[in-house]
Design a protein around this ligand. Structure first.
Ligand code: ZN
Length: 314
């Protein structure tokens, strides 16, 4: 009888050790390249029993395992930054996402002072209208202003000293600002469009640069050493992998706004998602639909500037 190849045993050990960690773990798909798969028959039954993970039918376009032989780039680090610098940047990000005219309320309050005949007891009434700048949405209508602030903020996210007593509070503040931005729907989609296009075109940014995208998140992928990578699908194909985000306030599946510092591309990965950027020290928050209607009335005709018509019109 032939001895069971050591490699196969090791592989099983890794899979079993990792399995309890994953919420929706599913076995790696059979690979034609894998030489270990040649061992058939009774010796393979243990590996077969591992197939009890959730079926991922509802997310067929997201990877559940790294391709064989893929090399995850080393984690990046960023130089530490003072808490007040960080707080200032988080505040700026929060402000950027809100309309400067109405401070995000979406309401324009006008006070009227009615003097009724005599000057005593003037009656003051208020009327509330939609803010003319943001048309009642409360969101800054300018992706071009938000984008650089977001970039400089993302680069700082992992720069807080881990052991500082104020760090949890600062991260909470950052989470709130990011969640607010993630809730702007189309605005955050516009802000992240350039990065998303780069990633989809397999132009992976330089190591150390900030990257933010909107997309669909899948179940975390387990990699060597217990590392967890969250796949975020961008523009229908490309996948960005987030390694242990600093802030994870996102739902386990669905639309997210995510970003981090680029560690490089997943190397040696021959899979259908193309070149994938691996991000460190990042964040993941919900990406919601919101009534952002594009830049407010750029042509000055008093009507909201409509998005370009899609589909079958002339
Ligand atoms: Zn406003």
């Amino acid at each position: 009888m032939r001895p069971v190849p050591v490699i196969l045993l090791l592989a099983c050990g890794v899979l079993f050790a990792g399995a309890p960690m994953a919420m929706a773990w599913s076995p790696a798909p059979p690979s034609d390249k894998s030489s270990g798969d040649k061992t058939s028959g009774d010796k393979g039954s243990a590996a077969g029993k591992a197939k009890d993970g959730d079926e991922d039918d509802d997310q067929p376009d997201l990877p559940t395992a790294l391709p064989e032989g893929a090399v995850v780039p080393e984690a990046v680090t960023v130089p530490p930054v003072r808490a007040d610098v960080f707080a200032g940047r988080a505040t700026a990000l929060g402000r950027m996402a809100q309309c400067p005219k109405c401070s995000g309320s979406g309401v324009k309050v006008t006070r009227h002072r009615e003097s009724q005949g005599h000057m005593k007891n003037p009656k003051i009434t208020e009327t509330k209208d939609d803010c003319p700048e943001c048309r009642g949405i409360g969101i800054c209508p300018n992706p071009g202003r938000v984008s650089p602030v977001l970039d400089s903020f993302v680069a700082l996210l992992g720069a807080l000293p881990e052991d500082a007593p104020t760090t949890p509070k600062q991260l909470d503040k950052a989470r709130q600002a990011l969640e607010r931005l993630g809730a702007t729907g189309d605005l955050v989609a516009e802000v992240t469009e350039e990065d998303g296009t780069s990633v989809a075109a397999e132009r992976i940014p330089r190591k150390g640069s900030a990257l933010a995208v909107t997309g669909i998140v899948g179940s975390p992928i387990l990699a060597a050493g217990g590392m967890r990578l969250f796949p975020v699908q961008v523009e229908g194909r490309a996948v960005v992998l987030l390694r242990a985000p600093m802030i994870n306030a996102a739902p386990p599946k669905g639309r997210v706004f995510a970003g981090g510092v680029c560690a490089g591309a997943l190397e040696n990965a021959a899979w259908r998602w193309g070149k994938s950027a691996v991000l460190d020290l990042g964040f993941m928050v919900p990406w919601k639909d919101a009534p952002y209607k594009g830049a407010a009335d750029a042509d000055g005709d008093g009507k909201p500037d409509a998005a370009p018509a899609s589909g079958s019109g002339k």
